[in-house]
Design a protein. Sequence first.
Length: 188
Amino acid sequence: MRNQSLAEAPAQTQDARKAARKRIPLSAKMLDLAGKSAIDCTIQDMSLVGAQVSLPTAQPIPESVYLIDVTNCVAYKANVAWWRPHLAGFAFQERFPLDEETDTRPAFLKRVWVEAKLEQVDSLTAHGRSLPEAVQMAGLSGTTYAQLNSERAHENDLMLRLWKLETENAALRQMVAELTGKTVSELG
C-alpha cells in the first residue's frame, strides 16, 4: 500500500493544476480492484484527471481503487496520489460510464452503483419522504427506479429460492439417512 501523507505530497496550488476542479460534494463508493469491499465516501472536489475524497475512517487504502461517482453514474479506476486520515487524492486512470452497456468494465461496478442508488431511496423514504419524492431526490426517473428495484427483487428472489432448495435438500438427505440406517455424511 502506497499511502503518501499530505505532508509528503508535492505542494500544488490551484493555478498549477492542469485541469480545473469543481468543489461540489458528491456521494461516492470506493472499492478495491476485486470489487470485494465497498466503502461509502464523499467526493469533495473533482477534475477531469482526479478527485479529492473524504473517507469515513482513517484506515490506509489500497494503491489502486475504483471510485464510483454515484450521483453522475460514472466509475473511475484510480491510483492514490496522496493519503492522510479521512482524506485522499486520486489520479484517474480509466473512466467507465455506468449507464451504458459495455464489456470493458467490471460487472460489479454497475451492481454497486445500483445498490447505492436504491440505498439512497430507502434512506430518504425512511426519513419521511414519499417514494416519488425520494426517487426524484436520488436523481432517478420513476421508470429507472422501478427497473432497478425489480432487478434487485429478482436477485433477492433467486437467493431466497436457492436457500429454500438447500434447506429442502438437507431435509431430504436426513430422511434418506434415517430410511437407510446410514448417517448423512455417509450419503455424501
